[in-house]
Design a protein around this ligand. Structure first.
Ligand code: C2O
Ligand code: CU
Length: 442
C-alpha cells in the first residue's frame, strides 16, 4: 500500500464570529472559517499542504503547525515570519512527512487568540493505518467566561498574577467547541479517537466512563503496540490516539477528567466534558493489529546529555515571578548542527507541571527521573511533573533556521518560559539565520 503524493489546498479565514457553545450560550469567538474549532484539515502522508490564511481579525496573527516536521520558514512563529496583519493573506506550503494527529493554532497573542478559539486539527493519514469503524477528532478546551458568556479579562494585579502563574483555566468545558456534547456511537464497534488538548493550561486526566481503552498513538504517530489503560493525563498541546469500544447497546459513558493534583496544588475534582451514548449494535469491520509499527531507538538510556535545560521561576519585582528556561526569559540557546544527535536533559526545578514542547522535531524520551519509560514513542510535547527531570533524544535533520522550545501552558510561554535556537547546516545556509524578529509580549 502506497500513497501517491498530491497537493491539498485549503483556504482559512481568521475572523471574529458569534459561536454557540450550548443552547442560549453564545460567545464571541475568534477562529477559522467561522467555526470552532477550525475545519479539520486532512492530507495523506507525503502530500504537499497549501494553506492560504486570510486575516480579517483586528490584530495580527500567525499560524503554527504543531508537530509537523516542516521547513523553519513555514513553522509559523514570530521568529521566522512577519505576522499576518489585518487584511493580509499568507500562504503556508509544506510537505507533511508523517502520519498522525497534529493541530494548527495561533502563535501570536496566544493567550487571547487561542483562548477564543484559534485552533483546529490537522490529520495526516497513511494507507497502512489500522482500520476502524469510525474515526473522530476530539479537541478539548476550557473557557473562562462571565455569567453572561463574555471572556473574562483578568482585572486586578492579583488576578493577572494568578493567571500568569497558574495559567488560565476556565470552568466551561468543551469538546469540539460545544459544551458537554453527547456523542452517539454504535454498540459492538471500535472507533479511532484522535484526542487533542487545545486548552491554555488545563490538564485532562482523560477517562471514558472508566472503561479500558487502547492508546495506539502519540504526538508523532502510532506506537509500536497498543497499550490498554483506563486514564491518561493529557497535557496542554499533547495528543493521543485511542481505540475506543466496543461498548454495549444502552450504555452511557462520561468523557471526563478524573481528579488530579494540578498547578494550583489542590486536588481537582472530576470534570465532565461530554457523554458517549451507545445505540443499537452494528457490524464491525475494525481490526487492530498487535504490531502497529517499529520505532527504532535514537539513543541508549545512558547516553550522556549533550545539553542541560533548566525550567525555573525567578523572583521579579515587576511580574511576581519570571518564567524561565536556563534562568532567562525568552532566551536564545546555543545552535545545534544538522546530523548531531541531541541528548537533552530538561530539569523542572519548579513545583508546577510544565508541558515541554519542541517545535519541528520529534523526540524520544529516554528517561524520566532516571527511569526508562515503559514504551517508546515519538513526542513533541511531554509533561514534566513538578521537581522532575527528563532526558530526551532528537536528531536535527537538514531544516536549518530558527526554532524554539517552550512550555505549552500559554501563559508560561508568554511570560518567558521559552527559548529559540538555530539549527545550522554547514552545507545549506539558512539565509535568515542571523535575523531574528523579536515580537514577544514582554
Ligand atoms: Cu503548539 Cu509553539 O506551540
Ligand atoms: Cu509551564
Amino acid at each position: 500500500m502506497e500513497n501517491h503524493p498530491t497537493t491539498v489546498s485549503y483556504h482559512l479565514e481568521a475572523s471574529k464570529f458569534p459561536w454557540n457553545i450550548a443552547p442560549g450560550k453564545t460567545v464571541e469567538a475568534w477562529g477559522f472559517n467561522g467555526q470552532l474549532p477550525g475545519p479539520v484539515l486532512k492530507a495523506k502522508k507525503g502530500d504537499t499542504l497549501v494553506v492560504r490564511i486570510k486575516n480579517t481579525l483586528p490584530e495580527p496573527t500567525i499560524v503554527h503547525w504543531h508537530g509537523i516536521r516542516l521547513p523553519a520558514a513555514m513553522d509559523g512563529t514570530g521568529d521566522v515570519q512577519k505576522p499576518i496583519g489585518p487584511g493580509e493573506t499568507f500562504e503556508y506550503r509544506f510537505v507533511v512527512p508523517d502520519a498522525g494527529t497534529f493541530w494548527y493554532h495561533s502563535h501570536a497573542n496566544e493567550t487571547v487568540q487561542m483562548e477564543r478559539g484559534m485552533y483546529g486539527a490537522l490529520i495526516v493519514e497513511d494507507a497502512g493505518d489500522p482500520v476502524f469503524d469510525q474515526e473522530r477528532v476530539l479537541m478539548f478546551d476550557d473557557m473562562k467566561l462571565t455569567a453572561d458568556h463574555q471572556f473574562t479579562v483578568p482585572g486586578g494585579r492579583l488576578d493577572r498574577w494568578g493567571e500568569s502563574h497558574f495559567g488560565r483555566e476556565g470552568d466551561t468545558f468543551l469538546i469540539n467547541g460545544s459544551e458537554t456534547p453527547v456523542l452517539g456511537m454504535a454498540a459492538g464497534q471500535m472507533e479511532r479517537w484522535r484526542l487533542i488538548n487545545a486548552s491554555s493550561a488545563r490538564y485532562i486526566r482523560l477517562s471514558i466512563g472508566g472503561k479500558p481503552f487502547r492508546m495506539i498513538g502519540t504526538d508523532g504517530g502510532l506506537l509500536e503496540t497498543p497499550r490498554t489503560m483506563t486514564d491518561y493525563l493529557l497535557a496542554p498541546g499533547e495528543r493521543i490516539d485511542a481505540a475506543v469500544g466496543p461498548f454495549a447497546a444502552g450504555e452511557t459513558l462520561s468523557i471526563e477528567s478524573l481528579p488530579y493534583k494540578g498547578n494550583h496544588g489542590k486536588i481537582r475534582a472530576g470534570e465532565h466534558y461530554g457523554t458517549v451514548s451507545v445505540g443499537p449494535r452494528q457490524i464491525s469491520r475494525a481490526f487492530l493489529p498487535e504490531q502497529l509499527r517499529t520505532i527504532e531507538p535514537l539513543a541508549a538510556q545512558d547516553a550522556p546529555a549533550t545539553r542541560k535545560l533548566k525550567i525555573s521561576l525567578g523572583l521579579s519585582l515587576q511580574n511576581g515571578a519570571d518564567f524561565q528556561f536556563n534562568r532567562t526569559r525568552h532566551g536564545l540557546d546555543q545552535p545545534v548542527r544538522v546530523g548531531e544527535l541531541q541528548i537533552w536533559e530538561v530539569n523542572n526545578s519548579t513545583l508546577m507541571h510544565h508541558p515541554f514542547h519542541l517545535h519541528g522535531f520529534f523526540f524520544q524520551v529516554l528517561e524520566v527521573d532516571g527511569k526508562m519509560p515503559e514504551y517508546r514513542a515519538w513526542k513533541d510535547t511531554f509533561n514534566i511533573a513538578p521537581s522532575s527531570k527528563i532526558k530526551i533524544a532528537w536528531m536535527p535533520d537538514s531544516r536549518p533556521g530558527m526554532w524554539m522550545y517552550h512550555c505549552h501552558v500559554l501563559e508560561h510561554h508568554t511570560a518567558g518560559m521559552m527559548a529559540n535556537f538555530e539549527v545550522v547546516d554547514p552545507e545549506q545556509p539558512a539565509g535568515q539565520a542571523n535575523h531574528r524578529h523579536v515580537n514577544h509580549c514582554h
